[in-house]
Write a new protein. Sequence first.
Length: 68
Amino acid sequence: MEASVDLNLASFFDRKVEKIIEITPHLKEKPQIDFRPELGINKDLEHGKGYSDGIKYIKSGVFKSVYF
């Protein structure tokens, strides 16, 4: 199962990227599901913010691909 998690999702969690990184692996319901979260980057996102948050998401190892 693949799901896109947008960089802007952190805005719903007090801008805490770490919270998104923490909860994303737990979104699957069954252990037999191969869950591959994708990092979505909105093209309208401010470049500097997208870069700094994006690096945190990528370094976490939680996300399996990046979508622009």
